[in-house]
Design a binder for this molecule. Structure first.
Ligand SMILES: [Cu+2]
Length: 186
């Protein structure tokens, strides 16, 4: 009986003390719910009409929604901690990310990777580009994949699908907003 009372007191005190210790040692911005990472759906497999990929992908890009969801994702970084975005790619898409302040109209959709003609080709505008992801023909470029991209500086980053038809015709682009947490800088 005594022992169980002691156990309860020990557990309760841990429950009270542990969060305080954690908040002193960990990044408070993360504990308070400010996200250091975000998950972005980059192309989605449709369900209406029903889609069956069991035996293989539908031809000509059918059955795929060319959208970036959420369209604007936000992450927080601090002086000591950077952040990341997990792009979950479904379909034939190529992630290209441009530096802070780049707008969709700054992209030249007529600069193309030579030799690729599918879906209008792949945009290859290197101006202010900070990341170009895998193509489906690359060894790492399966249609269903994740690319995790690191952000260490605040800014508003344009993220486009570099498949020309997706960007030009479907407006497949979004933004990653990286904010620096000023509250806990010392
Ligand atoms: Cu795309």
């Amino acid at each position: 009986m005594k022992r169980s009372v002691i156990m309860i007191i020990a557990l309760l005190s841990f429950w009270v003390i542990a969060p305080n210790v954690m908040s002193e040692t960990a990044d408070e911005s993360r504990l308070s719910g400010r996200r250091a990472d975000a998950t972005v759906s980059f192309g989605l497999w449709q369900t209406d009409p029903p889609l069956n990929r069991f035996a293989g992908n539908p031809a000509m890009g059918a059955g795929n929604q060319h959208e970036v969801i959420p369209n604007v994702s936000r992450i927080n970084i601090s002086r000591n901690d950077s952040g990341g975005v997990n792009f979950i790619i479904s379909g034939n898409h190529v992630v290209a990310i441009y530096n802070d302040g780049t707008r969709p109209e700054d992209i030249d959709p007529n600069l193309l990777v030579p030799g690729i003609t599918t879906a209008g080709g792949v945009i290859d505008d290197p101006d202010k580009r900070i990341y170009l992801g895998a193509n489906e023909t690359a060894p790492t470029g399966a249609r269903d994949r994740v690319e995790v991209v690191h952000f260490s500086k605040p800014g508003t980053y344009l993220v486009i699908c570099a498949i020309r038809n997706h960007f030009v015709n479907d407006g497949m682009y979004g933004f990653v907003v990286v904010r620096e947490n000023q509250l806990h800088l010392q």
